[in-house]
Design a protein around this ligand. Structure first.
Ligand SMILES: NC(=O)c1ccc[n+]([C@@H]2O[C@H](COP(=O)([O-])OP(=O)(O)OC[C@H]3O[C@@H](n4cnc5c(N)ncnc54)[C@H](OP(=O)(O)O)[C@@H]3O)[C@@H](O)[C@H]2O)c1
Length: 312
């Protein structure tokens, strides 16, 4: 699989990554288990995926532990490890403590991409404090690159201004064919500044895998809160799914693969679909191994534009 550079970091990642929130545990559904998650990571790596994303908050550290198990099988040098410090851990003393705890759970000496999970709206720790603490970890070699997540342009600019020698190399944000808000400001800014956009929920948590319908929705605690699964939104998503099915049939691919392929047309965007088992990881890894025609891209874009889900 082709590789792209994470910002200007020199770190090369596959065009499709792998999200491991799922390895946090049963809040993603009864069918989640550690063994399948490890197998999913191993399979993804065998199919060319080298970027694995996790976070200290996923299953309160459990996801990082499961990722650590997979890394021991895969080999440390064969994986780019991305994890996140929670927004509420941005006090100077907390940043280092959180980083060391993640390193321990992952069983590694260095995190490749350390991301601030969200700009914290409650404690309002000044960016100067948190980002300088991150920069110190970077200088000491505990993290190879600094990233953020869910940052608007104003947050990105503020955070970058606090860093003296390092720069932000990636912004992880929600981005899928149904939820395209970042196209207005964040994506153009990141493109201009060469900051990689890691697209979370690139499959709209399964809606764009064509799995769910009105009356057949996931019951897990995470997706119960996601209003993408409301009857109104699912009916609306049907318009886009019809277009995706048509293209998928022509390429003998599945709908999830077409949705991921369409999202990753610009190499500044790297989708990180979550997977619960090896078969999903394998399918998603193969999502960029075929080319959509310009007409197919236009048809998907037109369908996406005329599909209007209402989520917050
Ligand atoms: N930074 C943030 O704030 C943030 C927020 C959310 C997520 N993330 C990261 O982004 C990653 C991906 O986002 P996400 O997990 O929310 O959503 P997603 O990738 O859009 O959806 C993942 C779900 O889709 C289904 N799926 C995946 N591949 C499939 C396939 N080939 N065929 C059919 N179904 C498939 C699986 O659920 P079922 O099989 O149960 O349907 C899977 O759990 C996460 O794992 C996490 O690392 C970050």
């Amino acid at each position: 699989m082709d590789r792209v550079e994470l910002g200007n970091s020199g770190i090369k990642v596959s065009r499709i990554g792998l999200g491991m929130w799922q390895a946090g545990g049963k809040n993603w559904g009864k069918d989640v288990n550690d063994r399948d998650c490890v197998a999913a990571m191993v399979r993804a790596q065998e199919r060319g995926v080298n970027l694995i994303d996790t976070a200290e908050v996923y299953g309160e550290g459990h996801s990082e532990e499961v990722v650590g198990r997979a890394v021991r099988q895969i080999g440390r040098d064969n994986v780019v490890l991305a994890t996140k410090v929670a927004g509420y851990h941005m006090r100077e003393r907390d940043v280092e403590r959180a980083c060391r705890a993640s390193l321990r759970r992952l069983g590694v000496k260095e995190i490749d991409l350390y991301q601030v999970h969200w700009p914290d709206p409650w404690d309002q720790v000044p960016f100067a404090e948190g980002f300088r603490a991150l920069e110190r970890l970077w200088k000491r070699g505990l993290v190879r690159a600094i990233g953020v997540s869910n940052f608007a342009v104003r947050d990105l600019e503020d955070a970058r201004a606090r860093l003296r020698a390092a720069d932000i190399v990636a912004n992880q944000v929600r981005y899928n064919l149904l939820q395209t808000e970042i196209e207005a400001e964040v994506l153009p800014y990141c493109r201009q500044e060469r900051i990689t956009v890691l697209a979370w929920s690139p499959l709209a948590q399964g809606v764009l895998a064509d799995t769910y319908r009105v009356g057949r929705v996931p019951r897990d605690s995470i997706r119960k809160q996601n209003d993408l699964f409301s009857p109104k939104n699912l009916r609306e998503a049907g318009k886009l799914l019809r277009a995706l099915r048509k293209v998928a049939k022509a390429h003998r691919r599945n709908v999830a693969q077409v949705a991921l392929n369409a999202l990753s047309k610009d190499p500044i965007v790297v989708p990180i679909p979550g997977a619960k088992r090896p078969s999903q990881a394998e399918e998603n890894a193969a999502a960029v191994s075929f080319d959509l025609t310009p007409a197919e891209r236009r048809a998907i874009e037109a369908a996406a534009q005329s599909t209007r889900v209402e989520t917050f």
